[in-house]
Write a protein that binds this ligand. Structure first.
Ligand SMILES: [Zn+2]
Length: 471
């Protein structure tokens, strides 16, 4: 790429060597410009570009930035949100649809799960920029996670018409259907190549047995849970905290079934702790099944489940702790399977830079003061198990090389081909938490099966380790 001074049109310079050995040079324009985004941050962002070369009318000649349709639509939505008088109390709305219609493209690339998608880019940037705008309105920092604006749902519609935007507050469309969901027939979970319907989750949880304890989400959907009570240390298994991370619920149910059948440790399992956003995820995936759909990440109040007040979704965690006295929490998560961009806000996702490029299957070990040694032993036992599981070691090796090519190395700890992060925290509900991070947003078939299998193996290894180390 040419040196950047912010004023001219830059280009990728390619040297192509053909099969005949001949070298060809090509330039591909890459219009970008410096700007100040809504957060007051200096950004270098993709833009439209107007270039005119005319010998007959040289007065028209120019090469300059211009505001293209996409950028204009984004600005219109954000300007309208900023101008609105929002209520003093939270949430500001039940569900706020940010609808943008127009000419978008969505082009898969022949590399892993990558794609070029202005649909997805618009969805991601609108969702997070709107959230940041509400944080700003409330005088909160972008890292503050306590804001509860309501559910922010960008709806991107690709058609051949002119660009249109509209903003509508509306009620959740399918809540009544979900409140009374009935159990579906059991399936072979080991072979599941697709995220589960709620009825399948309910059926498999019933199949595990135990003592059920259900709580209700903010919108009144059930958060199904069960307790298999056994002597010795019981542990807590949860998944679906971020509803667009879909390999966790399958892995949790598979692990729970194995634990039950093998007579090992007692446990509670809550495979779908954020059902409101899972409903939104299913709605969004119906249109864009391979997108990250991060609008379905937080709860219906628009904040992370960990910051929801007691009495709603995260009541499942509190009841599980009371029932088990557990010192170990297995919390199964995922992250994007392809590059996560926000082109109108500096390109890389602000505050989530680490997760913007898909990397390896990873583990995060959190421990409270005084629980370092036990936490370390459990993490070691999990890694000892996973390093013998060739498919995930091979996947990780390939991902490590690929991500290093595009974004350099990150300072993870590594052992046996499994990267891990260690965090000491003093406000977790459980003294030791193991969080999994599978790049599963949103993959299917073999990739999906690999991730729910490694999620299951992580839980089973942790269960075996906790039986001896937490007794
Ligand atoms: Zn997550």
């Amino acid at each position: 790429m040419a040196p950047v001074d912010g004023s001219g049109l830059i280009a990728y310079r390619l040297e192509l060597i053909g099969r005949d050995g001949l070298l060809q040079n090509r330039e591909i324009a890459a219009p970008n410009h410096f700007a100040t985004d809504r957060a007051g941050q200096r950004i270098y962002a993709p833009s439209g570009w107007l270039q005119v070369h005319s010998d007959k009318k040289p007065e028209l000649n120019c090469s300059k930035v211009f505001c293209a349709d996409l950028e204009h639509a984004f600005d219109l939505v954000m300007t309208a949100l900023a101008a609105e008088r929002w209520p003093a109390g939270e949430p500001f709305f039940n569900r706020l649809e940010l609808r943008v219609e127009g000419s978008f493209y969505d082009t898969p690339l022949p590399l892993a799960h990558e794609c070029m998608s202005t649909v997805e880019a618009m969805h991601e940037d609108l969702h997070f920029s709107a959230l940041e705008l509400f944080q700003e309105i409330r005088g909160l920092s972008y890292t503050d996670r306590t804001l509860r604006p309501g559910q922010l749902v960008p709806t991107i519609v690709s058609n051949d018409g002119p660009m249109r935007v509209s903003i509508t507050a509306e009620r959740d469309p399918d809540i009544d259907a979900d409140k009374s969901v009935s159990a579906s027939p059991l399936i072979d979970l080991a072979d599941a190549g697709h995220w589960l319907e709620p009825g399948q989750i309910k059926a498999h949880l019933q199949d595990i047995g135990g003592e059920p304890f259900d709580v209700r989400s903010r919108r009144g959907r059930p958060v199904w849970s069960t307790h298999i009570d056994r002597p010795g240390p019981n542990m807590v298994i949860t998944s679906g905290q971020h509803a667009n991370e879909t390999s966790g619920p399958v892995g949790a149910l598979r692990a729970a079934k194995h634990l039950t059948e093998s007579g090992r440790n007692g446990f509670t399992v809550s495979p779908l702790v954020n059902p409101d956003s899972y409903a939104l995820f299913r709605e969004l995936s119906g249109q864009y099944p391979h997108h990250m759909n991060h609008a379905a990440r937080f709860t219906a109040t628009g904040c992370d489940l960990l910051y929801v007040e007691r009495g709603f979704e995260n009541e499942a965690h509190h009841i599980a702790k009371e029932k088990t006295g557990a010192r170990l929490h297995l919390n199964l998560h995922g992250y994007p399977a392809h590059e996560w961009t926000r082109p109108f806000s500096g390109y890389i996702s602000r505050g989530a830079e680490l997760w913007s490029i898909p990397r390896e299957f990873m583990l995060i070990r959190r421990f409270a003061p005084g629980w370092k040694v036990q936490g370390e032993s459990i993490l070691d036992a999990i890694i000892d198990e996973l390093k013998g599981f060739d498919p995930i070691v091979d996947f990780n090796n390939e991902q490590r090389e690929r991500s290093r090519l595009y974004s350099g190395s990150f300072p993870f700890n590594h052992r046996g081909g499994i990267p891990y992060i260690i965090e000491e925290v003093d406000d977790d509900l459980f003294p030791i938490t193991i969080i999994t991070e599978a790049p599963d947003e949103t993959v299917y078939d073999d990739a999906f099966r690999l991730f729910h299998t490694v999620q299951m193996k992580t839980v089973l290894a942790a269960a075996d380790a906790s039986a001896t180390m937490l007794s």
